[in-house]
Design a protein around this ligand. Structure first.
Ligand code: ADP
Ligand code: MG
Ligand code: ZN
Length: 618
């Protein structure tokens, strides 16, 4: 949300070559344009026929003339504002012996200019085409290099790595801006110490790891942490994203890697950061997804550069990925990225700390409780939390209030979790059905054991959904007990069951519930061993790694018979959950009716008002 991760960037090829083709091109253009315009701006003499010129001489209209080559320029005598002051005419090719005597007879000043251009102008005119040609060659050779990469600098040795260089002093990100990743910070502290005082480590012969791999889901602060590390260490920071290596032409990536490492070595101690390294560092030789040639060359170059470090070079390579599983094993072996730092999705206290970082510049009302917000943001990444704070601040700004309140955070949370409210109105029948459906989810969430507590029910359409029932886990869950999963399945199916129970039929509105329930049931059977029939086995179903080349070509690791068994078990588990849902709702039909009526009236109900309603009316 903030701009802090974008310090002033400079291209690392800072020294323009003295013979920079680009600059020369522009200079010449400027020349041409300048000449063109100065020429236009001069008041042009009128061109008159030779015979008229002679007549005007006789009529004593002419004051002076200048001869140059085949042209005569002249000034009129006593020209007025409207009349032209000057004229020019062309001398006929056949010599006119009368002309000079005629001019003399009329007392006209005659000047003659040498036919030749001044020496310097001649030189320039002669040289311009050559300069142009040269500039063109330099220019196009640069262009070629940029596209094709080409060996060590080509014709004139231009360096051109794409890495952005962040000067440490320019970057204001510090470890204070990265919260909730204490473990990772500690792991990196050693690197910071090393970069600050490489001599100290060298003196006792300690070798630093060359590569550190930051791993973790998207938005957990990998990029942020890398930048903070560089600025904590106060060293130059070369940052490039893996995808920037991949260009249309094979070989560019490799030459960029070479350039970047060269530059970093020159400026050591330095930190190189390769973001999203999975886009170059995938397992080689899968031949999937195209461009693998380019990828392999780039990856090979990275490996070669890392091997080329002599023991005491103070250059450390940080890399980040959210797909460590697809990385080539060669990247992970000792001597390369052998040190791994894991970043997890933040737990509750970490979420509170991250929120603290992001509300620093946001004026909060007294009723905002960051711990409460941390509790209701299970599964949010650091980036999600930053986004949440921003959404709340936006809401407050839109209302032109000076503080962000609890209500703004709640709204922002609903918006982030479930999409924006839609303004289109449901017709009464749809509205009733939605109220019944959501009440079904809600009553089951309240009445079944092992469920996550209910937070809020609403029949205001949001995003894709007509209504929403939201449950909030009390604490972060690290694994799921079978009883929890079964209750959760029943809650998912509860909406549809309530429709069946109260309205007598079902609708298409439950499609999403069914999809989720089926996926969950399938996980129970194939991954978690929660089916007695299939047994405690793990089956690959091919959905785990949708982006992974080799998964596509791999065969299903179970037989046709097992596939049928799995299908039957999935169906049985879902039927069982539906049974549980219908039974429970049947027992609680009174509560269900109450909730439906109240929802139709109030549209949105939170947990406490539901508790209130069910306590007083039953
Ligand atoms: P990643 O590279 O892991 O995908 P980023 O480092 O780009 O994630 O994080 C994106 C944004 O999310 C950061 O700019 C920051 O605003 C916020 N963020 C993520 N993790 C944290 C954290 N641990 N502390 C503070 N802010 C964070
Ligand atoms: Mg990133
Ligand atoms: Zn539903």
């Amino acid at each position: 949300m903030t701009d802090e991760q974008k310090p002033q960037t400079t291209k690392s090829d800072q020294k323009p070559h003295p013979f920079d083709g680009h600059a020369l091109m522009w200079l010449l253009w400027a020349f041409v344009v300048y000449y063109f315009f100065t020429d236009l701006n001069q008041t042009r003499p009128v061109q008159i026929p030779y015979s008229q010129f002679k007549q005007e001489v006789v009529l004593k209209k002419v004051e002076s003339v200048t001869f140059k080559l085949d042209e005569i320029r002249g000034k009129y005598l006593g020209a007025s504002e409207t009349d032209p002051a000057e004229f020019r005419t062309i001398i006929p090719a056949t010599p006119d012996p009368e002309l000079l005597p005629l001019l003399e007879a009329n007392n006209i000043t005659v000047t003659a200019l040498s036919a030749a251009e001044p020496k310097w102008l001649q030189l320039l005119i002669g040289i311009i085409p050559w300069l142009l040609i040269m500039a063109f060659f330099i220019y196009s050779s640069r262009l070629m290099q940029k596209r094709i990469g080409g060996g060590s600098g080509g014709l004139f040795g231009f360096s051109k790595s794409n890495a952005r260089l962040f000067e440490a002093k320019e970057s204001k990100i510090s470890y204070d801006d990265v919260a909730g990743v204490e473990g990772a910070k500690q792991d990196l502290q050693e690197i910071i110490d090393f970069l600050k005082q490489p001599e100290k480590f060298r003196a006792i012969g300690a070798k630093m790891p060359r590569g550190i791999l930051l791993m973790g889901p998207p938005g957990t602060g990998k990029t942020l942490l890398a930048k903070a590390t560089a600025s904590e260490a106060g060293v130059p920071f070369f940052s490039i994203s893996g995808s920037e290596f991949i260009e249309m032409y094979v070989g560019v990536g490799a030459s960029r890697v070479r350039d970047m490492f060269k530059e970093a070595r020159q400026r050591a101690p330095a930190l190189i950061f390769i973001d999203e390294i999975d886009s170059v560092g995938r397992v080689r030789g899968t031949g999937m997804g195209g461009g693998s040639d380019e990828r392999e060359q780039t990856l090979n170059q990275v490996l070669a550069e890392m091997d080329g470090f002599s023991g005491d070079e103070a250059v450390v390579v940080l890399a980040a990925t959210n797909r460590p599983d697809v990385l080539d094993p060669a990247l992970l072996r000792p001597g390369r990225f052998d040190r791994k730092v894991m970043l997890e999705l933040p737990q509750q206290s970490a979420r509170r700390d991250i929120l603290k970082v992001h509300v620093r510049k946001v004026p909060l009302a007294a009723d905002v409780d960051l711990i409460e917000i941390a509790r209701m943001t299970v599964g949010f990444s650091g980036a999600d939390l930053a986004n949440l704070v921003n959404e709340a601040a936006l809401l407050a700004a839109r209302e032109s209030v000076s503080e962000v309140t609890r209500r703004h955070f709640n709204h922002a949370h609903d918006k982030v979790m479930m999409g924006s409210e839609r303004k289109d109105l449901l017709n009464p029948a749809e509205r009733k059905r939605t109220a019944v459906h959501e009440s079904g989810h809600a009553i089951l969430a309240l009445r079944l054991p092992h469920t996550d507590p209910l937070r809020q029910v609403s029949i205001i359409p949001r995003g894709m959904a007509l209504g929403t029932t939201e449950q909030l886990p009390e604490e972060d869950r690290h694994n799921y007990a079978q009883a929890y999963v079964e209750s959760r399945l029943a809650v998912m199916l509860g909406g549809r069951c309530a429709e069946k129970l109260i309205l007598g039929d079902v609708s298409s509105g439950a499609a999403n519930d069914l999809e989720q329930a089926t996926r969950l049931a399938k996980m129970m059977v194939t991954q978690w061993g929660m089916s007695d029939v299939v047994g405690p086995v793990h089956f690959r179903t091919g959905t785990e790694h949708p982006f992974l080349g080799y998964e596509l070509t791999q065969e299903r690791d179970f037989s046709e018979a097992t596939a049928r068994e799995i299908d039957e078990e999935v169906r049985r588990i879902i039927h069982q959950a539906e049974q549980l849902a219908i039974e429970t709702l049947g027992k609680q039909q009174h509560e269900l009716d109450l909730l439906v009526t109240e929802l139709l009236e109030k549209e949105t109900l939170d947990k406490s008002s539901i508790d209130q309603l069910l306590k007083t009316k039953s």
